[in-house]
Design a binder for this molecule. Structure first.
Ligand code: NAD
Length: 503
């Protein structure tokens, strides 16, 4: 009998009010049942929000350095359990062990950064217009943060959101992706253990609540419930638009990290082998299921043919399999539905004008692979910028190669998308590199690096359709989880007036 997991509300692990569960299975082996997770509904969210509102009254008064101490212990526990967390994450969502270890390490880095931020939530002071008066400003927490996350970084992305939210003094209701509830449960267990260790008798139930379930049930209640003050969402553009719409009407603060259609440019003076390593990593790492994945490769015409020959040779050597097995390069797609979406885009590509299917384009079902949702790494050449496979996010191991004549055209093609998350250029020409930094429309640009691999202490997010202007990571995310309060202290002993013409 598979283990039954629970929600975590007001400091207590409990079943969903529906009494229902849903299965969580290994995408590399559908016979491997990981566990049964609660199918919650609105009532569970309402209970969690009420608990978080009550907890906020006390949590906001815990000094920020002490809230930071909780995150320090969270980082320590995660570090101790890194291999165990990564193994279970690979089992749950498919990417290879080295990558799930990286996902966990990113959570650890974020924990230690957040811990130090507890002592650095700086405000500003400013001179006053008037004598004997002092002006200060400082950050205050907002209230209850609703956190909604996707499945592709099941540890890192929740930590990017939950850790700064907590350090800033907010309380949290967390709804993880339906496909990765186990990693989310582990994270909540760790945070709760750290809370108990650091706070002892001061432990406050309800600071962090976990509600499993479907986006259109549990997630929708996050939007509708007036007790949630801010929503931080990472996921598809379609759902992001909906959250922005409803959240906007309710005057909620909303942070959106959405899709991407990222490109790598390779110029004719580039180090070809380096650029090859990067595109293989960027396009087929995490089975292409990263928001920053390289889904377009823009090759200068002078090196196009040579590059494609080498790329084909290298792609054929990639080994597909269960990510916890040694020597595996590429895991499965997350689900049957996702694999079908990938395949439908391949069919679209095959029917598009002149696009040529160079390799892949089919399920991988040899031997044990038939038990999982494997798809062969796929490359289309002769792609032009207006084809659907060059424009729409596929979220799978599919790379579209576009030929260009010069730098200006390469950047123009790169920018010709509704998204603007990550980007990369390989060149040894310093002028071209700086021109690219200036002209590429993206939140992230790598020079001589793959489009994937953000660092935890740097701003993360995109321009245009990738988001709504907020950033995660580093110092920037702290603006989202706090309000500014301005304080004027008049020690003149008389009523001095600003906003009156004193000059
Ligand atoms: P998704 O939008 O289907 O789901 C994301 C989360 O939203 C899940 O927890 C889901 O249950 C929830 N949800 C679904 N419908 C909802 C609704 N109506 N109201 C509230 N919540 C709802 O995305 P996914 O398939 O989990 O993830 C893949 C997508 O995420 C891709 O588009 C990818 O580019 C994007 N992504 C973006 C970033 C980034 O930082 N920009 C990072 C990772 C993934």
């Amino acid at each position: 009998m598979a283990k039954k997991y629970q929600n975590f509300i007001n400091g207590v692990w409990k079943d969903a009010s529906t009494g229902k569960f849903s299965e969580n299975r290994n995408p590399a082996d559908k016979d491997d049942l990981i566990g049964l997770f609660p199918s919650s509904d609105e009532n569970d969210v309402r209970e969690a929000v009420a608990a978080a509102r009550e907890a906020f009254k006390k949590w906001r008064l815990i000094p920020a350095p002490k809230r930071g101490d909780v995150l320090k212990v969270v980082g320590d526990i995660m570090l101790e359990k890194k291999d165990e967390i990564a193994f279970e994450m690979t089992r749950e969502m498919g990417k290879v062990f080295a990558e799930t270890k990286g996902d966990t390490q990113e959570g650890i880095d974020t924990a230690y950064y957040a811990a130090s931020e507890g002592r650095r939530l700086f405000g500003y002071n400013a001179p006053s217009e008037l004598k004997n008066k002092m002006n200060l400003s400082f950050r205050i927490p907002i209230g209850v943060a609703g956190i909604i996350t996707p499945w592709n970084f099941p540890m890192a992305i929740p930590t990017w959101k939950i850790f700064p939210a907590l350090v800033c003094g907010n309380t949290v209701v967390f709804k993880p992706a339906e496909l990765t509830p186990k990693t989310a449960t582990t994270l909540v267990e760790i945070i709760d253990e750290a809370m108990k260790q650091v706070l002892g008798n001061e432990y406050i139930p309800g600071v962090l609540n976990l509600v499993h379930g479907k986006g259109r049930v549990v997630g929708e209640e996050f939007l509708a419930n007036p007790g949630i003050d801010l929503i931080s969402f990472t996921g598809s553009t379609e759902v992001g638009r909906r959250i922005n719409e409803v959240g906007g009407k309710m005057l909620k603060r909303v942070s959106l990290e959405l899709g991407g259609k990222n490109a790598q440019i390779v110029m004719n003076d580039a180090n070809i082998d380096l650029a090859l390593d990067a595109v293989l990593w960027g396009a087929f790492g995490t089975t292409g299921q990263r928001c920053t994945a390289t889904s377009r490769l823009i090759l200068h015409k002078d090196i196009h043919d040579k590059f494609i020959d080498k790329l084909l040779e290298r792609v054929k050597k990639l080994k597909l399999g269960y990510g916890n097995d040694k020597g595996v390069d590429v895991g499965p797609c997350i689900s049957e539905a996702q694999r079908n979406t990938v395949h439908s885009y391949v069919e679209i590509g095959k029917n598009e004008d002149r696009a040529t299917l160079l390799t892949g384009g089919e399920f991988s079902a040899e031997g044990n692979l038939s038990k999982g949702w494997f798809y062969k790494p796929t490359i289309f050449t002769n792609v032009t910028r207006n084809m659907r496979i060059a424009k729409e996010e596929i979220f799978g191991p599919v790379l579209a190669v576009i030929k260009c004549n010069n730098l200006e055209e390469a950047i123009d093609i790169l920018n010709d998308t509704e998204y603007g998350l990550s980007s990369s250029i390989f060149t040894n020409n310093v002028n071209d590199a700086f021109t690219a930094v200036r002209d590429i429309q993206a939140g992230i640009t790598y020079i001589n690096g793959a489009t994937i691999g953000a660092e935890a202490h740097m701003p993360f997010g995109g321009v245009k359709g990738t988001g709504n202007g907020h950033r995660e990571g580093g110092w920037t995310v702290y603006d989202f989880y706090t309000e500014w309060k301005a304080v004027y202290i008049d020690y003149s002993g008389k009523l001095q007036r600003a906003q009156i013409d004193n000059y």
